[in-house]
Design a protein around this ligand. Structure first.
Ligand SMILES: Cc1ncc(C[n+]2csc(CCOP(=O)(O)OP(=O)(O)O)c2C)c(N)n1
Ligand SMILES: [Mg+2]
Length: 590
């Protein structure tokens, strides 16, 4: 596809107009940020371009909201900040968006071109900081190039599915230039190489126990229907890749749930038997297939067919038999064409496999129903005299009470991780977990951005009380901007996920893991939001319902749910070892 020009011939305009016109032509409706003198000239004309500026409490909130907006809508998320400190406040959020594959364009005005390097006010080199967490960095080195470079940031964010930076010396917003506004360029990745698709089809046709692993690429490419068609053609179980529980409809008989930390045992037991795995739109990240529940399930003897739009992901983490550099949807379509009407080895034992899939799913549900609390000695001890809810029972209750078509974001923490077993979705773009960057404080601003993008869908954030301390400042934004979301704050009085390491590896020598919380419900009310404390299971569903209703009136509710201090399996048993001390003064610390 060539570049189509919106205003066909160059036209006189200011660089700010060139920038804002580029935003408009890319369909930008909202820009998140904190006001700053550096970009006021562009900000001034946002309303005339139909763009709403969403003022936030902290720039990290802005970039996370842009991320959530992008993940929920499939369109660009955009944010902007004051040069220097505003821009450095973006760093964590850019890294998070990078690993969430979010097409976020973050605009970073910098020190004026005539004073760069003099050590003036709010000056830092703004490109090196982001160099490893962006897909592209556009630097406007001359105001005449504003439209061209801004357009490239938007195009590349979509092409490579990740954040791009638009860096603009602040004096370059002013003046008069000749500019053409390019129509957005959307390049399709296509299905991949013919030979690779042929080889994949032959491998799948010969498979006796094919399993599909549906990754984030299924969501990004809109391949749900193709994934269903492929699964049904083969009678293959479909696992969700880690933290992408919305990559395949949970109610489908072939859906077996997520792999990875706190994932589905049914998924793990079934993929362990695979002779062929079709990894559809997944980079097979190293954390996504870590052993869980004592199951080392990855089928090392199986042939792996991996499809990804980023060729550098092919065979990176796991050895593969066939690598397809292509779009998940286009590749799935090409495979269906090749497999339809062909003799499939899997047809011979289809009924038997179907029965096995149903049995494994049933067994996992039965186990989850009975798994009302954790059973390790620490958990039994702390829960014994507690009047609060068991986290697992609470999570089951939330699952049952969740309205249809809900969007849920999840933070990093022990209870949020255990939630992986209880989060089921029918539609893509429904689950927004903090992905591989793993920063506490992700979920709340992300769900705010998602809600702004898709206001009709009910929106929930799962957040631990520690992570809540990092992110609750954006309640200010919710109250002021009338963003209606629901936050479920798991109040267990601890940075639980890290405390688990103290329990397992450091003989319960606790340091910095116990929290003394204020009333989080009271804090929410002080911010002008709703705040409700829930400490009985019977109150969970009614409270969630009321909170969901408040969303439709633009009101945010914090449901502070009181839970015991018990802790589920740790995230990273692989990354810690029992301490070894050699010096006398540290001898007791084992
Ligand atoms: C920004 C950031 N700081 C620190 C960590 C390390 N960390 C991972 S999980 C965790 C504890 C989370 O506690 P909480 O949010 O209360 O949830 P819980 O584990 O208690 O369910 C911490 C501190 C992190 N992931 N991100
Ligand atoms: Mg906690």
């Amino acid at each position: 596809m060539g570049v189509e020009i919106v205003n066909q011939s160059p036209q006189k305009m200011g660089p700010s107009e060139a920038l804002v016109e580029t935003l408009a032509v890319n369909g930008v409706t909202h820009v998140f940020g904190i006001v700053g003198s550096a970009f006021m000239d562009a900000l001034d004309i946002f309303p005339a371009a139909g763009i709403t500026f969403v003022p936030v409490a902290h720039e990290q909130g802005a970039i996370h909201m842009a991320d959530g907006y992008a993940r929920a809508s499939g369109r660009h998320g955009v944010c902007i900040a004051q040069n220097g400190p505003g821009v450095t406040n973006f760093v964590t959020g850019v890294a998070a968006a990078y690993w969430a594959h979010s097409p976020v364009v973050f605009i970073t005005p910098e020190t004026g071109s005539m004073s760069i390097g003099l050590g003036g006010f709010q000056e830092t080199e703004q490109l090196p900081i982001f160099s490893k967490i962006t897909k592209y960095q556009g630097h406007v080195n001359n105001p005449k190039r504003m439209a061209e470079i801004a357009a490239r940031c938007f195009d590349r964010a979509m092409l490579e599915m990740g954040p791009t930076q638009l860096n603009i010396p602040r004096d370059f917003f002013y003046g008069e230039i000749e500019a053409t506004i390019a129509k957005p360029m959307r390049i399709s990745h296509g299905p991949g190489a013919t030979e690779a698709l042929d080889a994949a089809a032959a491998t799948i046709a010969a498979a006796r126990f094919p399993v599909i692993l549906a990754g984030g690429g299924v969501i990004l490419s809109g391949a749900t229907a193709e994934a269903i068609a492929l699964a049904e053609l083969l009678g293959a179980p479909v696992c969700n890749s880690y933290l992408h529980n919305d990559s395949f409809p949970a109610s489908h008989p072939l859906s077996v749930g997520p792999l990875g930390y706190q994932g589905s045992k049914a998924a793990m037991k079934l993929i362990a038997q695979a002779d062929v795995v079709l990894a559809l739109g997944t980079r097979l990240g190293p954390f996504g297939t870590l052993p869980q529940h004592g199951l080392d399930y990855w089928p090392k003897q199986a042939k792996i067919i991996q499809i990804d739009t980023d060729p550098r992901m092919l065979g990176l983490v796991k050895p593969i038999s066939v690598g397809i550099h292509g779009d998940a949807r286009a590749a799935a379509t090409a495979l269906i064409e090749r497999l339809q009407g062909r003799t499939l080895a899997a047809a011979a034992n289809r009924a038997e496999r179907g029965a096995q899939i149903a049995a494994e799913k049933q067994a996992w549900e039965t186990e989850l129903n009975a798994w009302t609390h954790e059973r390790d000695p620490y958990s039994i001890e702390v829960a014994r005299d507690s009047k609060y809810m068991h986290p697992r029972q609470l999570l089951r209750e939330l699952e049952k009470a969740m309205p249809a078509n809900a969007m849920v974001s999840t933070d990093i923490g022990n209870i949020c991780s255990v939630a992986n077993s209880y989060l089921r979705f029918e539609a893509p773009r429904s689950m927004f977990a903090a992905m591989s960057f793993g920063n506490c404080g992700y979920a709340f601003p992300v769900i705010c951005g998602a809600k702004i993008a898709v206001p009709k869908r009910p929106a929930f954030a799962y957040v631990g009380d520690g992570a809540w301390g990092i992110s609750f400042n954006e309640l200010l934004t919710c109250a002021r901007e009338k963003i209606g979301v629901t936050v479920i704050v798991f109040n267990n009085g601890q940075w639980g996920a890290e405390k688990k390491n103290h329990v397992d590896f450091y003989s319960r020598r606790y340091q910095g893991v116990n929290l003394e919380n204020p009333s989080w419900a009271g804090i929410a009310r002080a911010f002008g939001c709703e705040g409700v404390t829930v400490d009985r299971l019977a109150d969970v569903a009614p409270a969630l319902k009321a909170a969901a209703h408040a969303q439709s009136e633009g009101r945010t509710t914090v449901l502070e749910v009181m839970v015991t201090q018990e802790l589920g399996d740790p995230f990273r048993r692989d990354a810690l070892s029992k301490p070894v001390r050699s010096l006398e003064k540290y001898k007791a610390y084992v």
